[in-house]
Design a binder for this molecule. Structure first.
Ligand SMILES: Cc1cc2nc3c(=O)[nH]c(=O)nc-3n(C[C@H](O)[C@H](O)[C@H](O)COP(=O)(O)OP(=O)(O)OC[C@H]3O[C@@H](n4cnc5c(N)ncnc54)[C@H](O)[C@@H]3O)c2cc1C
Length: 398
């Protein structure tokens, strides 16, 4: 394995560090204490700056207007951007748009690319990805209630989705719905369909409150109702019945993006914890850092973050060389392991800060609220653990 960081990625991470230091961190306290929608004008200005600095859409090939980074290179960039809650958004590589761009690039027709992909890459519009449903287990997306039935040249979609990140203000949703209920394989029954959010029959019911916050715009998780929502069949993304397969493909690199963003969060939390421990006095002659308990928090966090990064880089390296299906074990392992490291490091950093750690003067409490979901979305811990364990046991004849 060769994890040498290419020179262009090094250059970009240096520029990102300056951008974060000079333009992003100074904005954080205001961001943490305002609604996302209220912050949009200032965020838009920062996005223009990121574009001018050559940081825009780093994961997208240059011919589409991005910076052309491969998965392993983007992993390093994603870590740098993850050090602030707004880093990815400012460079237009935030979930769920990042995954939607990837599948539109791979499966979109020329017309779909012109109408949806290019404006998405330019940051003129946002999108959302609608798979999870209230009445069915999101952990098993081969079983769902939403249907898309052919009628003339159209699909008529009915069903309910929830936790749809960024649906508030999105221009379109990529929706997973059953189109082929008769298919023998449960993996071949659903299709992905692009639904503009102004289509009749598409209704955003509410932004669901998550960890005490209803959220707005990109920072929303919405419930959506499809009531005889009619779109042309030409809005289907990829082959009929391939929705689940495409969703899995989307989630492979998506988990690398998430994990490296989480490692960026860990590094920032680690810096904050160490700076605080080194300077905060617990007695006139003693700093917090002089207490063994704080030293244990620091040593354990350092070891866990370093281990997590190596696991993720190895997975990205394997996906780049052999494709996501060859790295299924690694993808499951990093998904639950790094999500766990994230929770533990954030918890220690908050504990070290005492009352200060609970405030929104620092990003720790924000991350503690919003990144609890890391152990649930894109497959809960339990599902990844049992999937990987089953595959391992098969090798032992189990
Ligand atoms: C903040 C946030 C953002 C999200 N964004 C999106 C989005 O943009 N688009 C979207 O479509 N969805 C989104 N989701 C939904 C997310 O993907 C689902 O919540 C997740 O897949 C789990 O599905 P579920 O909530 O239906 O839980 P369930 O599937 O009902 O599972 C509940 C719990 O049961 C356990 N469990 C489930 N299956 C098994 C099993 N086989 N063995 C052992 N234990 C099991 C797990 O502990 C799991 O946490 C988001 C969720 C959150 C919290």
């Amino acid at each position: 394995m060769d994890f040498t960081i290419p020179e262009n990625t090094r250059r970009m991470t240096r520029v990102i560090r300056d951008f974060m230091q000079n333009e992003v961190y100074p904005l954080e306290r205001e961001f943490l204490n305002a609604s996302f929608r209220d912050m949009l004008p200032v965020l838009e200005q920062k996005r223009r700056n990121a574009k001018a600095m050559g940081l825009w859409a780093p994961h997208i090939p240059e011919e589409y207007g991005g910076q052309g980074l491969g998965l392993l290179e983007f992993a390093h960039v994603s870590e740098e951007l993850g050090r602030s809650p707004i880093g990815h958004y400012l460079c237009n590589c935030q979930a769920p748009d990042v995954g939607n761009m990837e599948i539109l690039m791979k499966y979109g027709t020329d017309e779909q690319k012109g109408s949806y992909l290019l404006p998405l890459i330019q940051g003129e519009i946002r999108s959302c990805f609608a798979m999870t449903e209230p009445g069915y287990p999101g952990s098993n997306p081969t079983w769902m209630g939403a249907t898309a039935v052919k009628d003339g040249d159209d699909y008529v979609i009915n069903g309910q989705k929830w936790f749809i990140t960024g649906a508030d203000g999105a221009a379109f949703a990529i929706v997973l719905a059953t189109t082929n209920p008769e298919a023998e394989s449960r993996y071949l029954r659903a299709s992905m369909i692009i639904v503009p959010t102004d289509t009749a029959g598409f209704r955003r019911v509410r932004n669901t409150s998550v960890m005490g916050e209803v959220g707005s715009d990109y920072a929303s998780h919405a419930e959506i109702l499809f009531d005889d929502c009619r779109v042309p069949q030409s809005n289907r993304l990829g082959p009929e019945g391939a929705g689940f397969v495409i969703a899995q493909e989307r989630l492979g690199p998506g988990r690398i993006h998430h994990c490296m963003r989480w490692i960026g969060i860990c590094e920032r939390a680690f810096d904050l914890m160490c700076e605080w421990a080194a300077t905060r006095h617990t007695a006139p002659d003693r700093t917090l850092g002089s207490r063994q308990i704080a030293q244990v928090w620091i040593a354990e966090s350092r070891a866990e973050i370093d281990a997590a990064r190596l696991m993720v880089l190895q997975t990205a390296w394997k996906i780049d060389r052999e494709g996501a299906s060859a790295a299924r074990d690694e993808i499951s392992l990093i998904k639950f392991y790094v999500a766990g490291v994230l929770q533990r490091v954030l918890d220690r950093a908050i504990q070290a800060h005492g009352g200060m750690g609970m405030t929104d003067d620092l990003p720790l409490a924000y991350w503690y609220r919003f990144e609890r979901a890391a152990r649930i979305y894109d497959g809960p811990d339990e599902v990844h653990k049992l999937v990987v364990a089953r595959r391992i046991l098969r090798r032992y004849g189990g």
